[in-house]
Unconditional design. Structure first.
Length: 90
């Protein structure tokens, strides 16, 4: 890669990082809510629903244990962090 291209790529990466205002948080666990919907627990102590409601919301991975295990550590956007919402985990 040319020096110039490298600089450009680097600049782009920094721009992308700083432009992404949504906080990303890792999935650290799961639980079911009262309605039987899966909820992910994020590393920021916020919870987020990960419903599997085809055909509108397709998250087939969430209904199997293997799928959920595979998604552990994945980063999700946490809107609650952006809004400074209180923690869900007590
Ligand atoms: Zn959060």
């Amino acid at each position: 890669m040319h020096q110039q291209q490298l600089k450009k790529a680097l600049k782009n990466a920094i721009y992308l990082l700083s432009d992404d205002k949504t906080m990303k948080q890792k999935i650290v666990g799961y639980h079911l809510d009262e309605a039987g919907d899966w909820v992910v627990e994020l590393s920021c102590d916020h919870f987020q629903h990960v419903r599997h409601q085809p055909p509108f919301i397709n998250r087939p991975w969430v209904v199997t244990e293997a799928g959920r295990k595979q998604m552990l550590g994945l980063e999700l956007n946490c809107k609650k962090c952006d809004q400074n919402a209180p923690k869900d985990k007590v």
